[in-house]
Design a protein around this ligand. Structure first.
Ligand code: GAR
Length: 205
């Protein structure tokens, strides 16, 4: 029998990092059989950095503003990600589109959380898009990352009602509560080798 080992996970975040925190809390609680090997951020002011330091997780800042071209940024980002030697990369509020080199290198082992029920409302300001469209149900999606924007195979979705007096902010707060359940669950399923991907479909064993 092969010796089971904990998965190595690394996270990318651009800002507040509450989803990052939800995953590191689930790891610390023993719910996810993993070690978190690093946080990579494009934003030197990201609050996620404080969270990582508090949890003893190494941080690499690849400051987008310091690179002359997008290609140079992506090259540095790829190097930082490789250095994490992770089995799984989790985009937890990482707010940039990843280029094809990174997407291909980590294909099948990179997840993103998006604050909408995909395929509705991909891209930026998903909660605002939902309010403006007038939907009655909204939610969040954790999906594997492919070359498109928020188009990869869906791992977990959770929904919330949209209430008559909601604005972007109240809806975002309600969705965020579900994000903090959905993302740790998806990471756990990956780390337990329970995800079977067949074209667009992800089956949970
Ligand atoms: C979350 O709502 C996440 O779903 C969203 O950014 C927020 C980050 O919050 N991500 C995207 O919109 C990606 N397209 P957090 O930093 O507190 O986790």
């Amino acid at each position: 029998m092969p010796v089971e080992r904990k998965k190595r996970i690394a996270m990318l975040a651009s800002g507040r990092g509450s989803n990052f925190q939800a995953v590191i809390d689930a790891v610390a609680a023993g719910d996810i059989p993993a070690v978190c090997t690093g946080l990579v951020t494009d934003n030197p002011g990201a609050y996620a950095i404080e969270r990582a330091r508090a949890a003893g997780i190494p941080v690499t800042v690849v400051d987008y503003a310091r690179f002359p071209t997008r290609a140079a940024y992506e090259e540095a980002l790829l190097a930082a990600m490789r250095a994490c030697r992770a089995d799984l990369f989790v985009l937890a509020g990482y707010m940039r589109i990843l280029g094809p080199a990174i997407v291909h290198e980590f294909s099948g082992r990179m997840m993103n959380i998006h604050p909408a029920l995909l395929p509705a409302f991909a891209g930026l300001h998903a909660q605002r898009q939902a309010i403006e469209y007038g939907v009655k149900v909204a939610g969040c999606t954790v999906h594997l990352v492919d070359e498109g924007t928020d188009t990869g195979p869906i791992v977990v979705q959770r929904c919330v009602p949209v209430l008559p007096d909601d604005d972007e902010s109240t809806l975002a707060d309600r969705i965020l509560i579900e994000e903090h359940r959905a993302l740790p669950l998806a990471v756990k399923l990956f780390c337990e080798d329970r995800l079977e991907v067949s074209e667009r479909r992800v089956r949970v064993r």
